[in-house]
Design a protein. Structure first.
Length: 268
């Protein structure tokens, strides 16, 4: 009796069963796409190896200066750009205002001067990390969080920023209290400020009886920072920032950030 399973000669045979056809297709990649810009090829290679070793991060381009970083960002639209400050050709600060229009940027550099930190943030950087002050895991966390709008600063950058803001606030208070009848000028030279003798005492901030942490946060509020940026600068949670602000408002008898800043700087 012939085998019933044997196909008749010439009969069309069904295609072989694919053992993987019952598995769902792979999910589309959600890896964060990063551009690394640094003029030091060793640093670039190290950062690329570190970040690419994470399942949810991929380095899509490297750049040796600001111009290359901009061209890569324009072509690839990465999720995050890591940008050095000092590079030949177009440096990081020169490229920064153009890059932030394309993608979030975090400065990753050896430069820790307060003026550079302040300028980078003024130009739109979402964070400032100084080499040697973070672990590999902290860098990875910063890349992930920058993409989600959370600012990151390493200790030296945070200290430089706070010092710069306090200096700016003191200069602003001095300029305001001296000769108020003079027309307002957007720029006053450092030499001119050093010659001023205020005729009215500067705002006595001690009268508000803020704690050291509250005073630090009030300085950051006066600089225009939002709660996310303050939390990252002070290395505390946004909830803690909100609790501090509530206590600050109570002590300053204020109902808004603008009112509190005005009182803190002595302009009311």
């Amino acid at each position: 009796m012939p085998d019933q399973t044997t196909p008749h000669p010439g009969e069309k045979q069904p295609p072989p069963h694919d053992p993987f056809e019952d598995f769902p297709p792979p999910a589309p990649s959600t890896a964060l796409r990063v551009v690394v810009a640094d003029d030091n090829p060793v640093v670039r290679a190290g950062l690329t190896a570190l970040l690419s070793g994470r399942a949810d991060i991929t380095v899509v381009a490297e750049a040796a200066d600001g111009r290359q970083a901009y061209e890569a960002a324009l072509a690839l639209h990465p999720d995050v750009i890591l940008l050095d400050v000092r590079m030949p050709g177009v440096d990081g600060l020169s490229a920064l205002p153009h890059l932030v229009q394309i993608s979030p940027v975090v400065m990753l550099t050896y430069s820790r001067e307060s003026e550079i930190v302040h300028e980078a943030l003024r130009l739109g950087a979402g964070g400032y990390l100084v080499h040697g002050e973070f672990t590999a895991d902290q860098l990875v966390d910063a890349v992930r969080n920058i993409k989600n709008g959370r600012a990151h600063f390493t200790p030296t950058a945070a200290d430089a920023l706070v010092a710069r803001l306090r200096q700016t606030n003191e200069v602003s208070a001095t300029a305001h209290n001296y000769a108020p009848h003079q027309p307002k000028s957007p720029l006053i030279s450092a030499k001119r400020l050093s010659q001023l003798q205020p005729v009215v005492a500067q705002s006595d901030k001690s009268r508000f009886q803020l704690s050291a942490r509250e005073a630090e946060i009030m300085d950051l509020i006066a600089s225009g920072m939002n709660n996310q940026q303050i939390a990252a600068t002070c290395f505390i949670s946004e909830k803690t920032v909100k609790n501090h602000i509530n206590r600050i408002f109570a002590k300053l008898h204020s109902t808004s950030r603008a009112e509190a800043a005005a009182k803190w700087l002595g302009v009311t």
